[in-house]
Design a protein around this ligand. Structure first.
Ligand SMILES: Cc1ncc(COP(=O)(O)O)c(C=O)c1O
Length: 362
């Protein structure tokens, strides 16, 4: 029987033969003269390492290390992992693999991460928007009513920019109703801040579930551009036809592998605990300010704050050299600013700037 992935993928993708890079073709020998690389290492001042050869075409060691970190193995849960250049590349790959340009649709639930719609726009795929409810949970009735004809439903949990976790019962219910219709992609970029809420283990039961992860957030490795796509084999088969010939640069893979060792993971866990403590302290301090109307509960490394001032708080904070993220463009988030949690000193400075403004009644 045809998998859902096969059913919805455009014919052009199903016919696609992966680009036969030198590494994918492989071979054995003692002289490697097949990839137009320099045959010997060329090091520049201050640089370490040996980078004259192309990297792996699909770095298995990295994918396996990530599966291990997820406490899961491909054989055990029927789930595979592939490393990509950040979660953003995973989103783009999924849209290009499963949507025919100008024909197919995706669904998003705003306010949410803007890249889903951007990637769909880039190939002229329509985006159906079903706004979150006032409590930032899914509008299940509206989603179900419009799911027909949608190839990918993008969910984000914990969600950016609202910071909340999407109900797991709702995700399961959507996996059921979308079984023969759509892939349900759950973006877990912030999962380390609420690890117990991951849906990764559900991939074994729902081959229409795809999970996106990243090392950019809790692992603190945004600059190496490393993310992961976790999915059933039927999804992976198609995604890896389209993936770039060498998706992860060797220096990035090396750093990612170090982060995914037992020691790396415990360091990340300790950092995460510290960050959560600072976040909770910052929230308790914010609550004392009259200019703060609402602080939305966060399971991430940021907080969404609604102000009751006539002044644009984003601009005011910018004038003090504190750059946050304005959310005023989101209809549901007027007067809201998303503030990333930094060190205690950075959060103290932010609080001082806010208290100063309140005192001066600017
Ligand atoms: C929800 C969400 N998904 C994905 C990303 C992109 O992550 P990456 O740096 O791995 O591309 C972000 C970055 O802000 C995000 O908030």
């Amino acid at each position: 029987m045809k998998s859902l992935a096969e059913k919805i993928a455009p014919d052009a993708i199903k016919k696609l033969i992966p680009y036969q890079s030198a590494r994918r073709i492989g071979g054995s020998g003692h002289l490697w003269l097949n990839a137009n690389e320099l045959e010997s290492s060329c090091t520049y001042e201050g640089q370490q390492g040996d980078y004259h050869r192309y990297p792996d075409f699909l770095p298995d060691q990295l994918a396996n290390a990530y599966l291990e970190y997820c406490h899961t193995h491909s054989e055990a849960i029927g789930c595979n992992a592939v490393a990509v250049r950040g979660a953003d590349e995973a989103i783009d790959l999924l849209v290009r693999t499963f949507c025919q340009p100008g024909v197919d649709k995706i669904m998003v639930c705003p306010p949410t991460y803007a890249m889903y719609e951007f990637c769909a726009d880039s190939i002229a795929a329509e985006t159906i928007k079903v706004p979150l409810l006032a409590n930032f949970q899914l509008d299940m009735a509206a989603i179900n009513a419009q799911l027909g004809g949608v190839n990918i439903l993008f969910l984000c949990s914990p969600n950016n920019p609202t910071g909340n976790i999407i109900s797991q019962a709702d995700i399961i219910s959507l996996l059921e109703s979308a079984k023969d219709k759509a892939l349900v992609v759950v973006d877990e970029a912030y999962i380390e801040f609420a690890p117990q809420t991951t849906v990764v283990a559900l991939i074994a039961q729902y081959p229409n579930l795809v999970v996106i992860r990243t090392l950019s957030k809790a692992f603190g490795l945004a600059s190496i551009r490393c993310g992961f796509l976790l999915a059933d084999e039927s999804v992976m088969d198609l995604v890896t036809r389209l993936i770039a010939p060498y998706p992860v640069a060797d220096p990035s893979a090396e750093i990612a592998l170090a982060a995914l060792t037992e020691q790396g993971i415990s360091q990340m866990n300790a950092q995460t605990d510290t960050l959560i403590t600072i976040r909770e302290w910052f929230v308790s301090e914010l609550k004392r300010l009259e200019i703060v109307e609402q602080i939305f509960p966060s399971s991430t490394n940021f907080v969404l704050v609604k102000f009751n001032t006539p002044t644009c708080m984003y601009q005011y904070l910018c004038s003090k050299g504190i750059v946050t993220r304005n959310q005023a463009h989101e209809p549901a988030l007027s007067n809201c600013v998303r503030i990333t949690i930094g060190s205690k000193e950075s959060m103290k400075e932010t609080l001082l700037a806010l208290a100063d403004m309140e005192a001066k009644k600017i």
